[in-house]
Design a protein around this ligand. Sequence first.
Ligand SMILES: Nc1nc2c(ncn2[C@@H]2O[C@H](COP(=O)(O)OP(=O)(O)OP(=O)(O)O)[C@@H](O)[C@H]2O)c(=O)[nH]1
Ligand SMILES: [Mg+2]
Length: 582
Amino acid sequence: MIPTVLLVGNPNVGKSALFSRLTGTKVISSNFPGTTVSILRGMLETASRGIRKNYELIDTPGLYSLTEKTETTRRGSRFVIEHADIIINVIDATNLERNLFLTTQLLALKKPMIVVLNMWDEAQYHGITIDIPLLSQELGVPVVPTTSISGHGVLRLVTQLTALQGNSKNKQHTPLASHWPDISHLVKHVQTVSKRTKKPLEHFATLTLHPVWGTCIALGCLITTFLCIFFLSEALESSITALFDFFLTTPLTFLHKHLASFPALQSFLIGTVENGTIDYQQAMGLLTTGIYIPLGQVAPPVTAFYFAMGILEDCGYLPRLATLADTMMHRYALHGFALIPMLLGAGCNVTGIIGTRVLDNRKQRIITAILLSITIPCASQTGFIVAMAHRMGGLYLTLLFVLLALTWHVLGTILGRREKQNYQEMIIEIPPLRAPRLRPSLIKLSVRVRNFLSDAIPITILGIALLIILNNNNVFSLLGASTFAFLHKLWGLPAEVIPALCMGLFRKEIALSYLKAIPNLSQAQAFISTLILTLWFPCVSVYTVLYKEFGMKSLLWMVGLMFTVSTILATLAHTLLQVLTL
Ligand SMILES: Nc1nc2c(ncn2[C@@H]2O[C@H](COP(=O)(O)OP(=O)(O)OP(=O)(O)O)[C@@H](O)[C@H]2O)c(=O)[nH]1
Ligand SMILES: [Mg+2]
């Protein structure tokens, strides 16, 4: 049987970075506690003196102790206790004392174990020296220093791992109690810290938490991030459109010509072609609009967002932003750290909802999940909004974001009111600011973009195929005729938006392809349809993950809330616009 090796340690100590190094698997690692929220598996193949050995390596969510109560740690610690053949306890070498508390609990499990002193580069930078042989002797297990981002020490760790199996002595640990005084004493014994002067980045890191300077830095950072996303997204979109025009227009017009005797197939695959040119947004064919919408319209803002977010994550700025927002978030009975799943949700709501596992209790998780899935557009919805911007105009676009922010505030206040009495403070550690590194940032970007594309493209193509078939068979005209009066009275929308609304429940890219093809949509109608589709959950995956995380009852309640909020808001907006234009 293949032995199971568990990477266990405090949050943000570099477990995932080490897992990536050891297995070659691309996993997301970021500079904030709580990046990994579920168990990840990979294979490690070793060859020592001609003997090959395989290990199943498991990356776990960060734990401070085996008895912690948050959702992630509960899952993680149960897994550690039940499944580990071998434990690799990853420690942040710059924070020995705090990390050793978990080590003592793991030693008490009496499983074969190696202690990895990761962040060895940072320990040296901070003038920290650790007597490794002495620490190893005190703990009774091998201790290996590593720098997982550069790979330093990883080979030595693998050698220790292969030597560990079959060495029964490793199961006999010295009985070091999980008591802070004992741990403190041990640390004093093995560690020396030399005095040094602070570097400019450390001074800047202190400023980021200052109430006034910190807020100015936060504003500067958010504006820069927004501009970076905007320009990068524009550049990507025009490059992708140029690639479509250059590589696809000629073969597709050729195909269009040769399908002239099969008009139904011609319209299904290619849609409309005018004077040998294809308008990929309006053509409404499977091979034209079907492919262009996810790749050319939605992927650019998604990629740009993930890129900018990755940089913010890696430099360790997000927990600082969360700390600054803490007082504000208390109004909604949430901890400042709830801001991180919400920011992640602006990339992908599914990631954000899973990310709520780092929060204290179920109620806080539910409030965060509701706020993010209803009021925070994911990158794909933002792409949808950006693509609809020129149909709405600048004023309506601004109004849309103001309404989203207001809804966030009102919904948060209402949901948080009952929870305020039960609010418990949560202690979160703030990581040091680090210059982001290109390799991990690019790995993360590639994992996220690949996940987005593999998720978005098949379902968008299927959705558009369905849309074309239903449209060609007049299903939407019939549906439109029966619901038109209601839709028009409530929201002032024409019957043509019905397919977009129906499909928008599943994926916004499909709705976009349809809305863009409606020629005479007024600015107000474009605004109302975009508002409704933004307030609805972004895609089917969100419904699934809400069900998995919170159960059917909560999902139904959330869906009810989503429809109520969107109906009220769209009706109010329509009524107000009517009054103003009278
Ligand atoms: N300087 C330095 N940075 C490191 C090292 N190992 C990891 N990092 C960085 O530390 C941050 C945290 O790394 P992760 O691998 O996400 O840490 P983790 O323990 O998996 O974190 P959680 O999943 O939140 O528990 C990332 O920004 C890494 O790039 C190291 O040896 N040296
Ligand atoms: Mg991790």
